[in-house]
Design a protein. Structure first.
Length: 431
């Protein structure tokens, strides 16, 4: 009997370390089939999950039903598990350098309870080589055990897409890898318990790490191209979305659109790859160029809005702008690395009086993270409304709604172009 059989026969437990937007869905999915320990260092979050509340606001209370899971913030309770999945954040610091502190801390927690025969699988996005060069030495140091002989390690990149109810964990092919042939089979079989779409067995841990990081790097570069095109077309007086609609009639045209690129994946992952490339003596010019374009879009949007207000005769020092949406993407509460904050900061730097609304975000979290909060509701007249995030609540707004909100010279700046063709009387601009 191997560990996989012991898990499905509930003779052993699986632990998920880190219960954020990635870890919690994985933990609950496994907990419907096997016994699970869900560990997070944040006791407040653990208390919420014990009450069937997802702190990330992604999962409904009923999704906790029928799950054999024990939530804890006590690291020593991890000792009851034999198979560990590490799904903690891997952000970047203020210099766009990888911040591995959460990952290395999680490795220490797992290493302190590691036993002979245990398996550890990392899901956090990292640069190729991180699992073997940074995490495994900590596991060995903390446990006193020998990697490969006493315990096995694998890597299986997360593919959770916040707010996406179609591409869920069980419906997305899971890339898996192991440190040897035996571990690869056991890790693959374990993930097959919950992934109906099946698994892809990568040839090595580094290949699996690299596969994950280029998924988001590719998207980042394609969006950067669209953003640069939108700047060029703006100078030509051409609507970018009209151009994309026309070009999209060709069967092999890739349908990416311009916009703000934030969040904890697309706006972060490329920097992990460029960091490793630089370490190896290679300057990743194309990737960094794309990052530069996308990181500058907040300032670009704010600049366009201010220029259009000035052209309308608005006194910028007395102007009022309403920014609609503050999360990093539509229909989620997550504000991490939201580029809307760049738009707000730049508008304020111009002297604009800015108010922000969002039906999903927390005002306290925004104040803590970015130094601005939300207003309860729009009041009075605004010189411009910036539709920064296409939350469902905003896509259904009528032209009359904006007309009541804006001065007669008011502008709607629609970053994602979701109102294109629907506003006939109001001044309108989009990327």
């Amino acid at each position: 009997m191997n560990l996989y059989h012991d898990l499905i026969n509930k003779k052993e437990k699986l632990a998920v370390v880190g219960l954020g937007y990635v870890g919690l869905p994985i933990a609950l999915e496994f907990a419907r089939k096997i016994d699970v320990i869900g560990f997070d260092i944040n006791q407040r979050r653990v208390d919420m999950m014990r009450q069937r509340i997802d702190p990330s606001e992604e999962l409904a209370p009923e999704e906790f039903d029928g799950c054999s899971i024990h939530f804890t913030a006590q690291p020593d309770e991890l000792a009851k598990a034999r198979f560990f999945i590490v799904a903690v954040p891997t952000p970047i610091d203020e210099h766009n350098q990888p911040d591995l502190k959460p990952l290395l801390s999680a490795s220490r927690s797992v290493g302190s309870v590691l036993k002979k025969g245990d398996f550890v699988v990392f899901e956090s996005t990292v640069y190729p080589g991180c699992t073997e060069e940074d995490c495994i030495p900590i596991l060995e140091e903390m446990s006193g055990l020998k990697f490969g002989t006493d315990f096995k390690v694998g890597y299986s990149p997360e593919r959770i897409n916040p707010g996406d109810k179609e591409h869920t964990l069980s419906r997305i092919v899971k890339v898996v890898s192991g440190c040897d042939a035996e571990s690869l089979e056991i890790i693959a079989d374990t993930y097959k318990i919950v992934v109906a779409a099946g698994v892809h067995k990568a040839s090595s841990i580094k290949v699996a790490e690299a596969a994950k990081i280029i998924e988001n790097t590719q998207r980042d570069l394609n969006i950067a191209l669209m953003n640069e095109l939108s700047m060029i077309f703006s100078q030509m007086g051409i609507n970018t979305y009209d151009v994309l609609e026309a070009a999209g009639t060709k069967w092999n045209f890739l349908k990416f659109v311009p916009g703000l690129v934030g969040g904890h994946c697309i706006g972060v992952d490329p920097y992990y790859l460029t960091y490793k490339a630089k370490e190896l003596g290679h300057n990743a010019q194309v990737i960094l160029s794309g990052r530069s374009v996308n990181d500058g879009m907040g300032a670009y949007v704010a600049g366009k809005v201010v220029k259009k207000m000035v052209a309308a005769g608005v006194d910028i020092a007395k102007s009022r702008v309403l920014v609609m949406g503050a999360t990093f993407k539509e229909n989620v509460s997550d504000i991490r690395n939201s580029k809307v904050a760049d738009v707000v900061k730049e508008l304020k730097d111009f002297g604009v009086n800015v108010e922000v609304v969002d039906p999903h975000a927390s005002s306290d979290e925004l104040m803590h993270e970015y130094g601005f909060g939300l207003v309860a509701k729009p009041e009075g007249k605004y010189d411009a409304a910036v539709l920064a995030v296409n939350h469902k609540a905003y896509t259904e707004l009528s032209e009359e709604h904006f007309a009541q909100m804006l001065h007669e010279w008011g502008l709607v700046a629609d970053i994602k172009g979701i109102l294109r063709g629907r506003l006939k009387q109001i001044k309108y601009w989009s990327l």
